[in-house]
Design a binder for this molecule. Sequence first.
Ligand code: PMP
Ligand code: GLN
Length: 384
Amino acid sequence: TVERLRPFTSTIFAEMTALAVRTGAINLGQGFPDTDGPAAMLERARDAIAGGLNQYPPGPGMPELRAAIAADRDARYGQKFDPDREVLVTVGATEAISATLLGLVEPGEEVLLIEPYYDSYAASVALAGGVRRTVPLVTDGTGFALDLDALRAAVSPRTRMIVVNTPHNPTGTVLSDAELAAIADVAVRNNTLVLSDEVYEHLLFDGRTHTPIGMLPGMAERTVTISSAAKTFAVTGWKTGWACGPAELIDAVRAAKQFMSFVAGGPFQPAVAYALTNEIPWVTAQRDELQRKRDVLGRALSEAGFGVRDSAGTYFVCADISPLTTSTDALEFCRALPERIGVAAVPVSVFADHKEPWNQLVRFAFCKRDEVLAEAAARLHGLA
Ligand code: PMP
Ligand code: GLN
């Protein structure tokens, strides 16, 4: 393995999912739903295969999907993208993230990540030869907020890009409009690019609404907005994502993407186009269900003795293990948990360069059927 990839040879999701399978534990580690997305969307994918849509689709993505993505961003946010030049279909948001970093960051340029960060950001910065710098979220014991002074201190003429992720994995934080405005101000003043990972854009709870940072003044020309069908339509295995932004930036993302995968899987594209156009009510109902599931799992964690943090969006709720154990190693705690009580989760520390503030925090996924959550709750009670 080349040096720049050596810190990233295995992922926590692979490790914890394998451990859950081996021990028969309920997997609340890797975030994926255990029920299917809208039936008519699944039908469209079957139809596409039966109808012979089985050869390479166009490199930038099927026109009907690019049009549906642009129409959806316009309808929900008033965000305008030309489907022909400003929308690129990718192999999940994961490829969009890698291709954005590979296409737009020169070796040695700095990329700012909000810590803790989704694991593929650090690995993709390293693949691009970029230099990662982190800006922490800080907690008041209930929720999390961005350390804006740290952001202003971290940016410099070497900063090429700021990676923003709201709703945020792993903490479930939704950045406030004031935080987004502060990030935008830093980006504009320092003339940086922004990668905005919005894969959880539909999964905000308690009446919150999503603001794409690309909509803020001065941001459209410097932002690559990334999202995916995975979380919106409960199809994490379809690996259908997209990047939207000004043509000049999307050209760079496409230049990298074409040698990573050339094209994204064909039969899923008309199905996702259909869903973006017709299934937003399904997505809203899913969000309400997830909010209820967040509360169910949060209550169970609290009754088991964890210190439960606020989750304002995503599939995830984080919990502090310190009321339960003297351990200051959440990774060890998570490695032992499947054998101990038959539940798998992931430690937040693996998403951070500075482990200390995060080494007693564990992330649990609540995107599971009610009976699975009920069984997990019963098992968690075994800890108390
Ligand atoms: N970004 C974040 C914040 C994620 O949690 C995930 C995982 N679903 C991804 C990107 C990757 O999305 P996809 O499965 O579409 O590649
Ligand atoms: N995004 C999902 C999570 O955070 C899983 C991603 C993965 O397995 N790489 O749990």
